[in-house]
Design a protein around this ligand. Structure first.
Ligand SMILES: Nc1ncnc2c1ncn2[C@@H]1O[C@H](COP(=O)(O)OP(=O)(O)OP(=O)(O)O)[C@@H](O)[C@H]1O
Ligand SMILES: [Mg+2]
Length: 233
């Protein structure tokens, strides 16, 4: 039996009369790469934000490691996960080092020396040279920005990472490199990935399961059928 990391039960969300999530049930397994595809406005980001309790659900339950996420358990849940939002959410006013170390900003339990060790480790893991640490975000390419954003997600060693459009705005070759990197990180750090993407060409190649969100419901698709299903739906 595969271990369930996150379990979503009967999740519903409406905005006004518009149904976005229509009684969704989904188990996300430990160490899998689960990819959600769907057209613009189909509810992908709302789905992710509702799982993360950043948007209030109308009904349903979310469990992580068997524990229901609620106001009491939310802090513990957040300590196990990391998120890359659709816009990267990097800080223009900070350099690369400050951006990657941002999750430690209020942490007194990790020395500066340990933070630097972790910084060097994650830079290497995402394929960035150490000497770029002092560059500002506006000085680096879109592909490098995604690598920096990924470095920031892995630095706290989360067991689950949520990625909303990790390759948006990138050319096909750079997108391929980012998806390869995600697969390598999943294997190296034993991370569960929940990925939202428009990319129906490369994402299926690195994903263990792919699901299409449409009319508020999920349908699992075989990886060789993704392109066809996406384009005809
Ligand atoms: N706060 C909100 N209030 C009202 N409607 C909202 C709100 N947030 C999202 N929606 C609506 O919910 C639907 C799903 O939005 P969502 O952002 O999840 O789409 P998406 O699949 O992520 O699209 P894209 O691929 O363009 O990012 C859209 O019709 C959107 O307008
Ligand atoms: Mg979105």
């Amino acid at each position: 039996m595969r271990e369930i990391k996150i379990s979503i039960k009967n999740l519903c969300k409406k905005f006004g009369e518009k149904i976005i999530l229509n009684n969704i049930n989904l188990d996300i397994y430990s160490n899998e790469i689960l990819t959600i595809i769907g057209g613009s406005g189909s509810g992908k980001s709302v789905f992710m934000r509702t799982i993360l309790d950043l948007i209030e659900k109308d009904s349903g339950q979310i469990f992580c490691d068997g524990i229901e996420i609620n106001s009491k358990t939310k802090k513990d849940f957040y300590s196990k996960i990391a998120v890359l939002f659709q816009s990267n959410a990097l800080f223009d006013s900070m350099n690369i080092e400050e951006n990657i170390l941002f999750p430690f900003i209020n942490r007194t339990d990790i020395t500066k020396e340990n933070q630097n060790q972790l910084l060097n480790e994650v830079l290497k893991s995402v394929g960035l040279q150490k000497d770029i640490k002092n560059l500002s975000i506006s000085e680096i390419s879109g592909g490098m920005q995604k690598r920096v954003a990924l470095a920031r997600t892995i630095i706290t060693k989360p067991s689950v990472i949520f990625l909303d459009e990790p390759t948006s705005g990138l050319d096909i070759k750079t997108s391929g490199a980012i998806f390869d990197l995600i697969k390598n990180l999943a294997e190296k750090y034993k991370i569960t990935f929940f990925i939202i993407t428009h990319d129906v060409f490369i994402a299926p190649k690195i994903s263990n399961r792919i699901s299409l969100i449409k009319n508020g419901s999920l349908t699992f698709i075989e990886s060789d059928q993704v392109e066809k299903e996406f384009l005809t739906n």
